[in-house]
Design a binder for this molecule. Structure first.
Ligand code: G3H
Length: 540
């Protein structure tokens, strides 16, 4: 089948969504506040899948359920529950031993694993993620929890001792900060939400969990596990429009940590709502426009393989995606030909088909937005280099390889967050380096080449512009033990397994002059296990 026919036949008639691939609409009417699953009787938001059914008038999004559209008062009562559970640091959760909190999180992870199939299916239906990637997202999240527990044990072991310095005895540990508002993005609704939620929780904070705009229903199968695994008020869920419910939360001044993955505009707006922004700890994953640089001596097969995966995995909807490619003019034509040939063989279709990589897009209006970017580039002299690049069928947008992209085009600076691959020719490596220096973003870069000297001369300036330089490899977040952050408008804070524990806590210590009476008091507290903080208990 040629590409046009493949695009035209992506969506089947409704009756073909059958058997294992069928999804009964999920009408979510429960939400978790103060340890209770409360029944929602108010307004709801309908959810339509990126997956369409073929109707007489063309492809139509399938309705897959609905969820509560909470109002300001509902969000404030969830905040009240989280603040009460924290209780100025006196609550059961923030004063619990580290071993105790670990046991609760382990219990949750075991319960969560039982719901894998439902969550993976909802990832496919809600955001169009392929079965393989949805499974990976789930498993990676479970692994992240296990790794976080190991990292915390290690951190706690180091803290289970006293330091004596200049006649002062001290025990230094990390303590929680208060109430965390955790909001993930739609492209990794489970994983990225949990990479803030889990460290926030395990460090003793209480949490308000707000799912992203797309990827809400998949939290429903986990609500009971949250309820049963943590003391009341430690985890509370917010369903609804972020614009309606999050600014009032911030205005109370009672949110202590803003953990948000999204745009810098939204993050700034929320930050400004806090009456005392200096009190707010921000952990933010924001925009990026990661470039790839193809040097004249690059292995083009490696470059194409990595750039294709880097720019088009999950249809380019990754913050770490390669979003602009600088190809040296001596290899640009060859690179484009190989890229477009490889792309034409990539599977397109519905997420459960194991041969598929490219799938429909969840954001309403996204195909129109992407077509606008391509039109703008074409108007300014670029061409679409691949067969059917930019063709649309319902919510599906066929990737467009666009060349030559110049600074006059929106694609040069705008983060497309979708399947459009802009390629810029260059003659001197100073050009992509200048692009990175002038960019508002500073997450990662990928460099493709073989000459160690040339690579080294690029590495040294670029490590001071971005937060990860990838050699002959695509940009990516993992492995999760590696630090994940960005400069400029790309991030605030660092989120590896161990860095996240630090991001969601503060160092605090108990200290005393090394006098005999003080030594006696400390020895008594430790020996009699009178304190969970002042303790030499060692987690094995
Ligand atoms: O959307 C941003 C994600 O953190 C990217 O993670 O590189 O593993 O896809 P990834």
């Amino acid at each position: 089948m040629n590409i046009r026919d493949r695009i035209d036949t992506i969506f089947p008639p409704q009756e073909q969504f059958a058997g294992r691939n069928r999804l009964e609409p999920q009408e979510v009417r429960e939400y978790l506040v103060n340890g209770e699953l409360r029944r929602w009787e108010g307004a709801t938001q309908e959810v339509f899948s990126p997956l369409c059914a073929l109707k007489p008038d063309g492809p139509e999004r399938v309705r897959i359920g609905s969820f509560p559209l909470m109002a300001e008062a509902d969000a404030l009562s969830a905040l009240e529950a989280a603040a009460a559970a924290y209780d100025n640091g006196r609550g059961k959760w923030p004063t619990m031993t580290v071993a105790g909190r670990i046991a609760h999180v382990q219990g949750f992870a075991a319960r969560m694993k039982e719901r894998r199939e439902e969550v993976v299916r909802l990832l496919m239906w809600e955001i169009g993620k392929t079965a393989a990637d949805a499974g990976k997202e789930f498993d990676r999240t479970v692994a992240y929890i296990a790794d976080t527990i190991d990292a915390l044990k290690e951190l706690d072991r180091v803290s289970s001792r006293f330091v004596i310095e200049q006649g002062i005895i001290g025990q230094i540990r990390r303590a929680p900060l208060g109430v965390a508002l955790c909001m993930g993005p739609y492209n990794y609704p489970l994983n990225e939400t949990f990479t803030t939620l889990i460290p926030a929780l395990i460090m003793g904070n209480t949490v308000l969990l707000k799912p992203p705009r797309h990827g809400v229903l998949l939290f429903a199968p986990l609500l009971r596990a949250f309820r049963d695994s943590f003391p009341p008020g430690v985890v509370n869920t917010l369903f609804g429009s972020g614009r309606t419910i999050t600014p009032p939360l911030m205005r109370t001044g009672r949110v202590d940590i803003l953990a948000f993955i999204g745009t810098s505009g939204a993050a700034n707006a929320l930050h400004k709502e806090h009456p005392k922004p200096h009190r707010l700890r921000s952990v933010l994953g924001l925009e990026a426009k990661n470039p790839a640089i193809i040097l004249p001596d690059a292995d083009l097969h490696v470059a194409v393989e990595e750039c294709l995966a880097g720019s088009l995995t999950f249809n380019g909807q990754r913050c770490t995606a390669i979003k602009i490619i600088f190809a040296h003019e001596s290899v640009a034509e060859q690179f484009l030909a190989l890229f477009s040939r490889t792309l034409s063989a990539v599977g397109i279709g519905l997420p459960w088909d194991p041969a598929v990589m490219l799938t429909p897009l969840p954001e309403p209006g996204k195909t129109v937005y992407l077509a606008g970017l391509v039109d703008d580039a074409v108007r300014h002299g670029a061409r679409v280099m691949n067969e059917e690049g930019g063709s649309v069928a319902g919510t599906y947008f066929h990737p467009a390889l666009v060349y030559p992209v110049t600074p006059r085009m929106r694609l040069y600076t705008e983060e497309q967050f979708g399947p459009v691959v802009p390629v810029v020719p260059f003659t001197d490596t100073a050009e992509p380096v200048r692009y990175i220096e002038e960019s508002d973003y500073g997450q990662q870069v990928s460099i493709f080449g073989r000459d160690p000297q040339l690579l080294a001369t690029l590495i040294d300036p670029l490590v001071n512009q971005v937060s990860r330089v990838n050699i002959n490899s695509q940009c990516q977040r993992g492995p999760d033990v590696f630090p994940f952050t960005g400069r400029k408008d790309s991030a605030v804070g660092t989120l590896s397994v161990s860095d996240a524990l630090r991001a969601f806590s503060i160092r605090t210590l108990v200290a005393a002059k090394e006098s005999e009476p003080n030594k006696g008091i400390i020895a008594d507290i430790v020996r009699e296990h009178r304190s969970n903080f002042l303790s030499t208990d060692f987690i094995l």
